[in-house]
Design a protein around this ligand. Structure first.
Ligand code: SF4
Length: 134
């Protein structure tokens, strides 16, 4: 999706300069984002800006900084999901009994993936097959 063929940003009633605020003041950025919020091309527009590594302008309702933040969040989510999936597989393939609540104290505060897995074991939403209860 190119901004030249975009929706609001190519509407003659709205100058394209709205999407390239010169000083990126909060008000100017908010105004551009308000148009993007209503645009049906928003996700495609954002993805294209990311793919083409475009540094200028509001694309898909995001500034360059917003797009970088979005990429970091997506990378974190992908890594978290991968670790959780691998942890789940590991527990399923190596069933042993562990008193999950005893592990909470040993986990670092920021290890959310392991805490989430242990929480699932504790509340019964996940139980490793063939687990032994002592
Ligand atoms: S999301 Fe915003 S910049 Fe992208 S096509 Fe729509 S109005 Fe234009």
């Amino acid at each position: 999706m190119n901004q030249v063929t975009g929706y609001f940003c190519t509407d003659n009633r709205i100058p394209v300069s709205v999407f390239y605020p010169i000083n990126e003041s909060k008000e100017a950025v908010r105004k551009a984002k308000s148009y993007c919020d209503q645009c049906e091309m928003r996700k495609a527009c954002r993805d294209e800006a990311i793919t083409l590594r475009i540094k200028d302008g509001i694309w898909g309702g995001m500034t360059y900084e917003d797009r970088n933040m979005y990429l970091r969040q997506e990378a974190f989510r992908a890594r978290r999901d991968s670790v959780l999936q691998q942890s789940t597989l590991h527990v399923q393939q190596h069933p042993v009994y562990v008193n999950p609540s005893s592990l909470f104290d040993t986990l670092p505060e920021q290890n959310h993936t392991q805490q989430a897995l242990l929480s699932a074991v504790v509340d019964g939403s996940f139980s490793p097959p063939n687990s032994q209860v002592s």
